[in-house]
Design a protein around this ligand. Sequence first.
Ligand code: SF4
Ligand code: SF4
Length: 469
Amino acid sequence: MSEPDLINVQEIAPAEVAELDLYQKREKIYTRKIEGFYQRLRMFTGWPMLLGYYCIPWININGRQAVWFDLPEREFHILGITFWPQDFSLLAFLLIIAAFLLFAITVSAGRIWCGYTCPQTVWTSMFMWVEQKVEGTRNQRIKLDKQPWSMNKLARKLTKHGAWLFIAFMTGMTFVGYFYPVRELVYELATAETGKWPLLWTVFFTLATYTNAGWMREQVCKYMCPYARFQSVMFDADTLIVSYDSGRGEPRGSRKKSLDHQEAGLGDCIDCELCVQVCPTGIDIRDGLQYECIGCALCIDACDSVMRKMDYEPGLVRYTSERELEGGKTHWLRPRIIGYIVMLCLMVGVFSYNIASRIPLELTVIRDRNNLYVETADGGIENIYRLHIVNMDTSPHQYMLSISGIDGAQIKGDKSYKLDASEDREITLRVAAEASALTLPSTAFRFEILAQDMPSIRASTESRFMKPL
Ligand code: SF4
Ligand code: SF4
């Protein structure tokens, strides 16, 4: 009987037992500056957005900040329209429209939002621009970081971080200016008279901008942004993506410009790695579609510049779709997109109708329940009501109050009220009626209020008039 084969456990090399490290240390990315068609396009999206962001709080409409989310008063002033808590359904609807629009854009054009208009991308690009101006080109920055500390290095680093902090402060202060009157905020900050909360939020948003755009950059997109994670499930074979045409580019390899690479059996990719060096997320687009890719098209501009230098056709890295890469034709108008467009048109229509027909006046009436009725000496009956009038308009109005539904009934006291823009007022009043005009113990009637200078602004509400049984 033969001896069974013994396994020598020491023959299993310890190196084969791999240790899984759940924390991945960040490799600093030094991006190379590149110019091209898509970078010019990004200027047309980035600069107007920045300009709009910094300027909008300074624009006034009817003497009030055009965009002001006044949280303590629970009023949102947006371009001349004041939204009150009762209008929050409209705001929620507006957010749903915006989300639908984003989904429709993502399904058809991929991560266009991320690459061109996302604040994280726009602010990071601005911070990178500052970095390039202060510390130089990619190679100069790598060299500077490797150098020991010197006066030159210290001066450059201080200048860069100073400029970053200045931009971050302007960004944070502007953000708070959407929630707090911006002119007051600037004055209070300049004179060190700011309240605790405006100061705290300004510091918070300053540090958030400085950290996100200066230090964390692509990590925000990779690890923190939820939209980056789930938008890939919205992609289909016709979604526009930035792709490397491996059929055309492979086999890759360096060569002399004069070489007939097709005869030499080479593809169009010269393996220069320029597309990797310009990528703000540090990925190699030649490895295929990756969730880290924000669709900024920097690699397209980089590769196109290489292709032109080599006298090859541009577009080795380009916007395309999975279907097109497989030899098919992209279907732009597909059922899903048509569905989104129809839904968006419907929702925008409903929203516009609601805004156009919205009456900026609210009237609520509560009957005084402590006193069901009061019998007067002349045989009449009086009921007491508490009215709440809200002028939701951006202009003051003179309002006239009236009642209808009970013959001869009248309001005792003041019927005319002047309310300032966004003012709400509570008033208590009596309504008197003859007992002979009331057939039932409880009679329905209406309060109506209308702006005398603008009769289209009117509101009415029903209440009840009580008489003795
Ligand atoms: S792979 Fe290209 S498009 Fe994607 S993030 Fe990098 S540079 Fe931008
Ligand atoms: S830039 Fe173009 S040619 Fe150069 S490595 Fe990238 S894909 Fe290849």
